[in-house]
Design a protein around this ligand. Structure first.
Ligand SMILES: Nc1ncnc2c1ncn2[C@@H]1O[C@H](COP(=O)(O)OP(=O)(O)OP(=O)(O)O)[C@@H](O)[C@H]1O
Ligand SMILES: [Mg+2]
Length: 325
């Protein structure tokens, strides 16, 4: 069953500058995104910086109002419910941020940081909260928890701080978690530890996740499905193994060719596709296929007709006139 479903989701940010004719300009951050996440699955969202990944994550958590389209969370239309219903849903949807230092209040102790979700969403007594916090710290591998509970964020390493961020997101047993570049700020060995922890928690707690990253190697290790974004649109969606086996969109092919393979000699012998040109501005996205200005395979209809996301065999979807097979 799909726990999260978006339909033609759009978010345009108005900007200050005006065009020559006085028309107000806007950034097309997310422009017609349709996908779903099955219960218990981790959906990886990848793409270059500025393609709209974080905006999708924020829309799914109702932290931003969409300019159009719908988000269905747990069977409810997220932007068509009462404030009370939204408040109840918020306990079930949480976010883990990219920067573990900026996302934790430096003046508060771990006890104060982790007691907040319990005070907002539950009626637990102080004693019950203390017990739950100790359990949480243990769950995310900060043990013995008594040793950490009274410390401030600056007394932790980056990896430990990210564990606190994860503990805070898991405090009130959410069903759905958005991890926005949750391991990008960490060095490779700590990254591996946090990914292992994330995978373990995801399996134990049967979490449904949106895992936002620009790193395909990370996607490979934690996600079951992956969506590739380019300039506000999804260009390809597939099961992770399928996508690494066969990329049907030239952009995905270029992204994958830049990702190192587990076998170094295979990486050396593989031909890397280097895209030419800069990413077009999201204020004036190109007509037709948004990728056509950089696409090595472009042909006639690409600059005029926008390709829709089409389903190939199985669950593999691609938005490309050529559909490389
Ligand atoms: N509040 C805002 N006002 C105006 N433009 C915004 C705002 N938030 C995001 N944008 C723009 O929307 C586009 C998508 O931004 P977003 O943060 O979703 O990208 P991203 O894919 O998460 O990038 P990164 O990988 O660098 O985090 C960018 O062009 C960005 O400049
Ligand atoms: Mg982002």
């Amino acid at each position: 069953m799909a726990l999260i479903q978006t339909q033609n989701l759009r978010k345009y940010f108005p900007i200050q500058s005006m065009s020559f004719f006085g028309k107000k300009e806007k950034v097309h951050a997310v422009d017609g995104v349709t996908f779903q996440i099955e219960e218990g699955n981790t959906f990886g969202l990848v793409g270059e910086s500025g393609c709209g990944k974080s905006t999708v994550g924020r829309l799914l958590l109702a932290l931003l109002e969409p300019s159009g389209g719908t988000v269905n969370c747990f069977g409810k239309d997220l932007f068509n419910i009462t404030p009370k219903e939204l408040f109840q849903l918020r306990a079930q949807m949480q976010i883990i941020f990219q920067d573990p230092f900026a996302s934790l209040n430096p003046r508060k102790t771990v006890r104060q940081i982790l007691s907040k979700p319990f005070s907002i969403h539950t009626k637990m007594s102080r004693k019950e909260q203390e017990k739950a916090i100790l359990n949480l710290l243990d769950l995310v591998g900060l043990s013995p928890p008594e040793f950490y509970i009274s410390r401030h964020p600056h007394e932790f390493s980056g990896g430990q701080r990210q564990r606190i961020g994860i503990a805070r997101a898991l405090a009130v047993n959410p069903k759905f978690v958005v991890a926005d570049e949750a391991v990008s700020a960490l060095d490779i060995s700590v990254q591996a530890q946090i990914l292992k922890l994330f995978k373990k928690l995801q399996e134990e707690l049967h979490l449904t996740c949106l895992f936002i990253t620009h790193d395909l190697a990370v996607v490979r290790s934690v996600c079951s499905q992956v969506g590739v974004m380019y300039l506000g649109r999804l260009v390809e969606i597939a099961a992770v193994d399928e996508l690494f086996e066969k990329q049907c969109h030239p952009y995905t092919r270029a992204l994958c060719s830049a990702t190192p393979l587990p076998n170094p000699s295979a990486t050396r012998s593989r031909k890397q596709i280097i895209l030419e040109g800069d990413i077009p501005s999201p204020i004036h996205p190109p007509t037709g296929c948004r990728f056509h200005t950089r696409c090595p395979k472009r042909f006639d209809p690409c600059d005029q007709k926008e390709p829709e996301l089409m389903t190939l065999e199985g669950d593999h979807q691609v938005a490309c006139h050529l559909r490389l097979i």
